[in-house]
Design a protein around this ligand. Sequence first.
Ligand code: GLP
Length: 242
Amino acid sequence: MRIIRTKDYEDMSRKAANIIGALVVTKPDCVLGLATGSSPIGTYRNLVEGYKNGDLDFSQVKSVNLDEYKGLPKENEQSYFYFMNDNFFKHVNIDPANTHLPDGTEPDSEKACSEYDKVIASMGGVDLQLLGLGHDGHIGFNEPNDEFDKETHCVDLTQMTIEANKRFFDSIDDVPKQAYTMGIATIMRAKTVLMVVSGEDKAQILKDAFFGPIKPEVPASILQLHPNFILVADEAALSLVD
Ligand code: GLP
């Protein structure tokens, strides 16, 4: 595990984008595993800037996202499809046909998940997986106590996650209770895993995940075993370690 300590959110976002940008330059047809949430928004902003100033070309890049709410159609503003388009895809020259998310509108969970696993396999795996960190230690939507060895599956979101995500919805009743997520097994197969963490409210879970025991109650802790895990975190998020 490599830890890159940054001054603040902006600094974190720039450094994470530089790591992704370096891959896009050296391997123009790379497969990027992408994430949603507020943590990677700044990273996407910097990648968009890299595209606009001519440094980055996404024309051959392929992407697979971690997760999608079950039941939300693409045009719903809270769907992760909408988020990705709004924050990243529509601002760069990535081919929409090369971008993938689980199909939230497929009611048959097994079908939605096995089809997504096929998509990931058809790309030959993920070169770099970007991740945020949930307050309960989840990655993607792999909630505590989930098993470590799963592929894409349907999860029941924990109350903590529903609470954390309600800020994006009109009311808590509108927050979907289930999601399709890439499993930990898939995430661990990515050649590089890059996590961005910012803010004091993440300090305790960051400490538990990366400076404590590896256990399914803290899903992100498994990343301690990944051979190429890079954690880019700001001072506030790292305030309980050292
Ligand atoms: C959601 C996403 C995760 C993300 C987490 C943290 O639950 N499914 O992929 O890492 O939120 O979000 P934030 O970065 O907004 O704290």
